[in-house]
Design a protein around this ligand. Structure first.
Ligand code: SAH
Ligand code: SF4
Ligand code: F3S
Length: 442
């Protein structure tokens, strides 16, 4: 009999890619995917623990599955990802109806684990860190989805230990995949119809920095750029301290490299950056931004900012506002600081009230929204290159794609344009997307 799984994914793009692997592995043992837990024999959550809210969400979601399991005791419920990695066996104690806990380095062992639980109905938890040989090379091919744009993992893990961050604790140390494997994967994707890849890693530009047995990240970009049939290339996320001159220079000659970089600053105050253990100063950062703009004047930046780090003063916060104004980010992901277990910042004195933090957060958000709107507005009336990703869900003859700045553009056109780069004249700028008209090739 055919078995069914239901999978929910939280967190960052790493988890999105891991979930693609999970889907492929489960299909390999006879499971097909369904879109509700009620129809499933196996329910899995791929989780995130970067902030407390994300972690609590997991327990909330698990609670939703309990009544289903009460009715159908044969249902298997499992948790993977970063909360699973952090909590391990403790999760089985906390959630009595949970069957399976698998960590971030154990995805390739999932089929075996699921089969074990199916057969002997014993609860299982596996969260040990694995080395690269037993992990990265075992990943199955992801051939089940036809899409124009895909993520390709080039490195995993993090060695930076920013003082607020749980990621190094739940993802382990940095490891880079061999360039040969990456190029082979991208070539394979292009042969299947993929036209854009985003090279992915917690700190993608730390690729191979630890040892130089393989090529540099800039060289990897050059090699991917040279792959026939690929139209666009992106990468995320970059750490400012590892943004090398060689990498900055790629934004000039590499014609497939999109003119956008996500470069998290976190704070505009040197004092806070030091407490955060970020490894750069505001001046170091601004110098790199200036170099990027010199090589590629049209480049647009996005960033991440944490508000309310322990000990942040009004002066520190004002420095962040000043920096945001100076750089002119086209978008920023802003977060309220959330203390995380095992991190250094969790032990620092945090004496601001939550009201004060929220007020700062709102001020930053307002500034950023105004900046974003003003920059996106400059696209109005412009003819932009758009890689067409698909037909809009409404099914009203609309297509959608993205500009080089990763902005969604909706416009009317025929479905055979999917996978092609077209010129679209921007007619209207909305809050999160553009509406445009196809410019017929002359
Ligand atoms: N590797 C990436 C980011 C990973 S986490 C980098 O170094 O830039 C994504 C973002 O979550 C971070 O950039 C940071 O802004 C935010 N973040 C991480 N830990 C946090 C915490 N404890 N509280 C609030 N925000 C946090
Ligand atoms: Fe977290 Fe810092 Fe590593 Fe990014 S670089 S994942 S913020 S520890
Ligand atoms: Fe969250 Fe883990 Fe990504 S903590 S942000 S899913 S690496």
């Amino acid at each position: 009999m055919n078995k069914a799984f239901y999978l929910e994914t939280f967190g960052c793009q790493m988890n999105v890619v891991d979930s693609e692997q999970i889907m492929a592995l489960l299909q390999g043992i006879g499971y097909s995917q369904v879109d509700s837990a009620e129809q499933a024999d196996l329910v899995l959550l791929n989780t995130c623990s970067v902030r407390d809210k994300a972690e609590r969400k997991v327990y909330g979601h698990l609670g939703r599955f309990k009544p289903i399991k009460d009715q159908r005791p044969g249902l298997i419920i499992g948790v993977g990802g970063c909360v699973a990695q952090q909590e391990g066996e403790k999760m089985l104690e906390k959630v009595p109806y949970l069957d399976l806990v698998f960590g971030t380095h154990n995805i390739h062992r999932l089929p075996q684990l699921v089969q074990q639980v199916e057969q002997n109905r014993q609860r299982a938890s596996i969260t040990n860190f694995q080395d690269r040989e037993t992990r990265l090379n075992l990943f199955p091919e992801r051939t089940f989805q036809e899409t124009v744009t895909r993520f390709v993992t080039v490195m995993q893990g993090c060695d930076n230990f920013c003082s607020y961050c749980i990621v190094p604790h739940v993802r382990g140390r940095e490891i880079s995949r061999s360039s040969h494997e990456i190029i082979t994967e991208v070539r394979g994707l292009v042969a299947q119809g993929v036209r854009e890849v985003t090279l992915l890693g917690q700190n993608v530009n730390s690729y191979n920095l630890k040892d130089d047995k393989d090529i540099s990240f800039a060289q990897l970009l050059q090699q991917v750029n040279a792959i026939d049939g690929l139209q666009r290339l992106r990468f995320a996320t970059s750490h400012p301290k590892d943004l090398t001159e060689e990498l900055i220079d790629c934004f000039g000659p590499l014609e497939k490299l999109c003119k956008h970089i996500h470069l998290p600053i976190q704070s505009g105050s040197d004092r806070i950056l030091k407490l955060m253990n970020r490894g750069y100063t505001v001046n170091d950062y601004l110098k790199k931004v200036a170099d990027l703009k010199k090589v590629c004047p049209e480049i647009r930046l996005t960033t991440d900012i944490i508000v309310g780090f322990p000990g942040e003063t009004e002066e520190d916060f004002q420095a962040t506002l000043d920096l945001v104004e100076q750089v002119g980010y086209v978008d920023a992901f802003t977060f309220l600081y959330s203390p995380r277990v095992e991190t250094a910042a969790a032990k620092m004195l945090d004496d601001q009230s939550s009201v004060q933090k929220q007020q700062r957060f709102d001020r930053l958000l307002k500034l950023q929204q105004e900046t974003s709107a003003a920059i996106w507005q400059t696209d109005a009336g412009q003819e932009l290159s758009v890689l067409v990703e698909g037909e809009s869900r409404q099914g009203d003859g609309q297509l959608f794609g993205r500009s080089t700045w990763n902005r969604i553009v909706n416009f009317r056109g025929s479905a055979d344009l999917v996978g092609h780069t077209v010129t679209v004249k921007i007619a209207k700028v909305l809050r999160n997307s553009h509406i445009g008209e196809l410019v017929e090739p002359r």
